[in-house]
Ligand binder design. Structure first.
Ligand SMILES: Nc1ncnc2c1ncn2[C@@H]1O[C@H](COP(=O)(O)OP(=O)(O)O)[C@@H](O)[C@H]1O
Ligand SMILES: [Mg+2]
Length: 312
């Protein structure tokens, strides 16, 4: 079953996706203490977070009592019905909004400081590429904005395009690419500044199923290669299982964490490189077992059919 209630990204999300963290941070002064090292700090630490939106028709409690710690290098997916607060939680981590109560830290810093330090890259459902720039120039943009020397920039862009399999398309323009290719450009751009954290809100939501599975395999490999932690929002249970070390299952509004399911997919799939996350994994018993575990966490066991999430 396919969820038809998938949200379009908000204007804020789109404009954020269009501007790299580098561009956004240029507009703001770097605070003292930004070079403070936070070795060993988790990638994300969310403690006692509530989010209430004050709307004309009254208060909307979007998130309630959220506690979540994501380790450096860990891949965590957020899954739950539409409107349960997944994007809101992501926006708090990205410092696009503030919690009503509680705290969010990123590598031991405030979310704002992490944004200023470009500790994370972001990719949302819309690729948000600049249509008048080539693929290579889109990927290079954050580096250009930061005054990275052109030779270094060329090398870095070549490496990133190789990583996402787009070397041959470096000189094309976004409208000459498929949706999947555009998303790969957006992922390369998000990785340009070698962030230790990637925030991805339904980045594959608009892609066909085959492209989507290919992108999932690519993302797993890239996350393993770069060692970046990833926070990944999805409606798809198999997608969450294939990608994640842990799947955070959220309840309908007010969004709470219902359960955190640790993926047990065999030693190769769980090691640092996630080398066992190959296409074959999707056929394995352990994979089906984990899909079932996440479905049951979402709906209560046993379930005849899922509501509000994809089960394909
Ligand atoms: N800026 C806002 N103002 C008022 N309500 C909002 C705002 N952003 C989100 N919400 C509400 O908060 C809830 C969670 O939204 P969201 O985080 O987008 O959910 P999800 O991404 O899980 O679909 C929804 O009820 C939504 O209508
Ligand atoms: Mg959303």
């Amino acid at each position: 079953m396919t969820d038809t209630g998938r949200d379009e990204p908000s204007r804020a999300e789109r404009s954020l996706a269009e501007r790299s963290p580098a561009e956004r941070s240029l507009a703001e002064p770097v605070e003292a203490g930004s070079l403070r090292q936070a070795q060993g700090a988790p990638a994300v630490e969310i403690t006692g977070v509530d989010k209430v939106f004050d709307t004309r028709s009254g208060d909307v409690q979007a998130l309630e009592a959220i506690d979540l710690t994501i380790a450096a290098g860990e891949f965590v997916s957020l899954i739950g019905p539409s409107g349960c607060g997944k994007s809101t939680l992501m926006r708090l981590v990205a410092d696009l909004d503030e919690p009503s109560t509680g705290t969010v830290t990123v590598f031991g810093k405030t979310a704002k400081q992490a944004r200023l330090d470009q500790d994370y890259g972001i990719a949302f459902q819309q690729a948000g590429l600049l249509p008048w720039r080539t693929v290579a120039d889109n990927v290079a943009l954050p580096l250009e904005v930061h005054g990275v020397a052109s030779a270094t920039r060329r090398d870095r862009v070549a490496h990133l395009l190789d990583m996402v399999g787009l070397t041959e398309f470096a000189d094309r323009y976004p409208d000459q690419l498929s949706g999947g290719m555009q998303q790969r450009v957006a992922i390369a751009r998000a990785l340009a500044e070698q962030p230790r954290l990637l925030l991805m809100d339904e980045p594959f939501g608009a892609l066909d199923e085959m492209t989507r599975e290919k992108m999932q395999a690519d993302l797993v490999r890239i996350a393993g290669e770069t060692g970046a932690a990833v926070v990944f929002v999805t409606h798809s249970i198999p997608e969450a299982v294939f990608l994640s070390d842990r799947v955070v299952v959220m309840s309908p509004r007010p969004g709470r964490i219902r359960e955190i399911v640790t993926m047990e997919l065999g030693p190769d799939a769980s090691s640092g490189t996630r080398a066992g996350r190959t296409e074959g994994l999707r056929e394995e018993r352990a994979f089906f077992d984990m899909v079932t575990a996440v479905r049951e966490a979402l709906h209560g066991a046993p379930v005849a059919g899922a509501r509000g999430v994809e089960t394909r």
